[in-house]
Design a protein around this ligand. Structure first.
Ligand code: UDP
Length: 247
């Protein structure tokens, strides 16, 4: 990302973003719970043009055995991008980026999953990006949270994630690909939400340059955005389980 590039790329026109959104507006979020039959919990989620599936297996006996912890469950998180999910074909299999995203996402879930209830067990979270348009780590975390609830895993809270960015000098919520690629900064957050309130931050990364004031503004914007996503996560879970009661 060069300054030259920033000068050239007009990402805000007449006070609006290229996709017509306001600065503090999320992309449309759609969530469906329990879409995979063989998984213990699953979720399909769209966030604008991002499309992802999360599948949770467990708690089940951790394998290989030497990985088992006699006092708690181990959590594994695998973020993966389908070769067809991006403009330029992505080579299948893990790369540095997906290993890093998997690690930081897992660490966010370590904060909420009540691992001590499941000794010697493994909880495996797989997230597959089917279509990518920036913010995939956040969207995958949101899907994984719903899939964990669907799997009935005991948690102290839910993890909800969204990014902010700086584009053409403005702080914006939930950047799409051009804003992410050509903006001045981008900062994904994941919040731990308990009893309907944001309690802590479980993931925070940053690319680019922001002032203290911009970070403060971005944090407030991200918190509001996360609460909106949280409401949709809850709705998606309630929708599935209330339907099951009726059937
Ligand atoms: N991207 C891509 N090819 C890749 C990795 C990323 O086209 O190998 C695109 C994709 O749209 C992704 C965006 O770049 O969503 C931003 O990637 P980043 O690493 O910032 O992660 P994300 O914002 O998706 O969490």
């Amino acid at each position: 990302m060069s300054d030259e590039m920033n000068d050239e790329m007009q990402l805000i026109v007449d006070g609006k973003r290229l996709d017509g959104r306001k600065f503090d507006e999320l992309r449309e979020v759609k969530i469906e719970t329990g879409v995979l039959k063989r998984a213990d919990g699953s979720c399909y989620l769209e966030m604008g043009n991002n499309k992802m599936i999360a599948a949770v297996y467990g708690p089940r006996e951790a394998f290989p055995r030497h990985m088992q912890d006699p006092s708690r469950a181990i959590i594994r998180y695998r973020y993966s991008m389908a070769p067809f999910s991006v403009d330029e074909r992505k080579r299948p299999g893990p790369d540095r980026r997906s290993v890093e995203i998997s690690k930081v996402s897992r660490e966010a879930f370590e904060l909420v999953v009540m691992k001590e209830l499941y000794p010697r067990s493994g909880i495996d979270i797989f997230v597959e990006v089917l279509q990518a348009d920036a913010g995939t780590r956040a969207a995958c975390i949101n899907a994984a949270s719903v899939a964990l609830v669907d799997a009935g895993i005991a948690m102290k809270g839910i993890v909800t994630s969204v990014a902010i960015a700086k584009v053409n000098g403005e702080i914006v919520l939930d950047p799409f690909k051009e804003e992410d690629n050509y903006g001045e900064a981008d900062m994904p957050f994941a919040f731990v939400i308990r009893d309907g309130e944001i309690k802590s931050i479980g993931l925070l990364q940053m690319d680019g340059k922001l002032s203290y004031d911009e970070i403060r503004k971005g944090l407030e914007m991200a918190k509001k955005g996360a609460m909106e996503i949280y409401r949709l996560q809850r709705e998606a879970i309630i929708r599935k389980y209330s339907l099951e009661e009726v059937e």
